[in-house]
Design a protein around this ligand. Structure first.
Ligand SMILES: *[C@@H]1O[C@H](CO)[C@@H](O)[C@H](O)[C@H]1NC(C)=O
Ligand SMILES: *[C@@H]1O[C@H](CO)[C@@H](O)[C@H](O)[C@H]1NC(C)=O
Ligand SMILES: *[C@@H]1O[C@H](CO)[C@@H](O)[C@H](O)[C@H]1NC(C)=O
Ligand SMILES: *[C@@H]1O[C@H](CO)[C@@H](O)[C@H](O)[C@H]1NC(C)=O
Ligand SMILES: *[C@@H]1O[C@H](CO)[C@@H](O)[C@H](O)[C@H]1NC(C)=O
Ligand SMILES: *[C@@H]1O[C@H](CO)[C@@H](O)[C@H](O)[C@H]1NC(C)=O
Ligand SMILES: *[C@@H]1O[C@H](CO)[C@@H](O)[C@H](O)[C@H]1NC(C)=O
Ligand SMILES: *[C@@H]1O[C@H](CO)[C@@H](O)[C@H](O)[C@H]1NC(C)=O
Ligand SMILES: *[C@@H]1O[C@H](CO)[C@@H](O)[C@H](O)[C@H]1NC(C)=O
Length: 339
């Protein structure tokens, strides 16, 4: 009931805003909704949409949208948002799910599902940012990739103006994906990002729109240290760029048997949950669909390296540092082109 009222009032305001951006209407909306505590945060944010963004927000409310309505937010977050009005439209867009969400549509953990939102930012070809949802055996739905455990509870749908909409409550304000270096620490991964800095490819990895990065966990780098410690920065850049492919491939887009060229110009093949480097080794995908603002990470258990790189490191180790190592890799030409 409350939500039905909210939407009607919202649509009234949005329609009226097509003709006028009068804040009087917004004030009326807020006053009408003021008593509905489950929507308090949502209302504060709706109220604060800058006039110039209202028409765009209205255009995002299309058929099959499910509103994710946050029930709480970390201390200070809402006031920060209100103090930076230009951040409100993107944040609210990430709370508009572009499909119906129901208990039965969410798979049981550890399987998850990717759903698109109305937020368009930093991915290739204006693709939508996504949410990753999974469900416990007891039916609790979790939104993965969030700084804290966020649960989602589907509510009954509503129909008005000839269209159906859904809404779900989300236990906390959703946080949109961010950069590679800000994301990996929450997965206890530091080596890949540190090595990216050392080899000077961080800006490339964070600025290209639409990347898939197979990131080895830290223990994989430790295991490969005897080879990696012999590489100079451009060789290291090449090894890292061998883990990167162009385009955002979430797990449903990684099909068994698929081959793709990496940014070092080599071939990667996906087989089941494995990814292998032609002329090199194989790694298993441990965690898929770690979201980035400009792509996606799949965490793997091995550093992907050419066999020749390993043997050249072995030769230089056994013969001594004065022996010139065989150059097996040049800095990925794709990375150079991209810079
Ligand atoms: C809404 O979802 C239903 C069922 O998933 C689908 O059949 C229909 O085409 C969708 N409509 C739009 C406008 O996306
Ligand atoms: C948030 O702020 C309220 C009062 O403003 C306080 O009671 C609460 O403990 C704070 N929570 C955290 C996690 O800091
Ligand atoms: C992305 O969206 C912008 C703004 O709507 C549009 O100008 C641009 O052509 C779009 N780009 C692609 C690749 O669709
Ligand atoms: C569901 O199970 C999880 C542990 O897997 C637990 O933390 C949560 O409290 C349970 N929820 C309900 C509603 O029982
Ligand atoms: C959601 O589905 C699971 C089975 O996947 C079931 O155990 C659970 O009871 C359902 N929860 C609700 C609220 O329908
Ligand atoms: C990261 O490491 C801490 C401490 O070892 C552990 O509690 C936490 O579960 C780990 N997180 C992940 C995502 O593996
Ligand atoms: C994945 O790789 C492991 C060894 O790393 C191997 O045992 C397994 O058979 C491979 N799976 C597939 C589907 O190739
Ligand atoms: C790294 O080593 C290769 C030869 O192994 C050499 O061609 C290249 O110039 C070196 N790069 C740097 C930055 O030292
Ligand atoms: C990545 O693919 C897009 C097409 O989706 C293309 O426009 C772009 O040039 C490619 N980037 C690189 C670095 O290969």
């Amino acid at each position: 009931m409350n939500f039905f009222k909210l939407i009607n009032l919202l649509l009234f305001v949005l329609t009226a805003s097509a003709f006028s951006t009068s804040s009087i209407l917004i004030d009326a909306l807020v006053e009408a909704l003021g008593g509905f505590t489950p929507f308090g945060i949502f209302i504060s944010l709706l109220e604060a949409i800058p006039p110039e963004d209202i028409a765009e927000f209205a255009s995002l409310i299309t058929n099959n949208i499910t509103f994710g309505v946050p029930q709480s937010a970390p201390n200070g977050t809402v006031s920060n948002l209100l103090g930076n009005p230009s951040t409100i439209l993107p944040l609210l867009s990430y709370h508009l799910i572009k499909s119906p969400v129901s208990n039965s549509s969410i798979p049981l953990s550890p399987t998850h599902i990717i759903v698109s939102t109305a937020l368009i930012a930093s991915l290739e070809n204006n693709r939508s940012q996504v949410l990753v949802l999974t469900k416990d055996s007891n039916g609790t739905i979790h939104v993965l990739n969030q700084p804290s455990d966020v649960t989602l509870t589907p509510s009954s749908g509503i129909t008005f103006a000839g269209n159906s909409y859904g809404w779900s409550s989300v236990s906390d304000l959703l946080v949109a994906p961010t950069t590679l270096s800000a994301t990996l620490p929450s997965y206890n991964i530091t080596t890949f990002a540190n090595d990216a800095v050392t080899s000077g490819i961080t800006d490339t990895l964070e600025n290209l729109q639409g990347l898939t990065i197979f990131v080895p966990q830290d223990s994989a780098f430790s295991s490969a240290a005897s080879t990696l410690s012999h590489l100079n920065s451009s060789e290291l850049a090449s090894v890292l760029s061998g883990h990167v492919i162009n385009g955002t491939l979430y797990s449903p887009q990684l099909t068994s048997g698929q081959t793709t060229m990496n940014f070092a110009g080599q071939t990667l093949t996906v087989t089941g949950s494995n990814v292998s480097l032609t002329g090199g080794n194989t790694a298993n995908i441990l965690t898929s669909d770690v979201l980035l603002q400009n792509g996606v990470v799949h965490i793997i258990d091995n550093v992907l390296m050419l066999d020749s790189l390993k043997s050249s490191a072995a030769i230089s180790m056994s013969v001594g540092p004065w022996v010139t190592r065989v150059t097996v890799l040049a800095l990925g030409s794709y990375l150079v082109l991209a810079q």
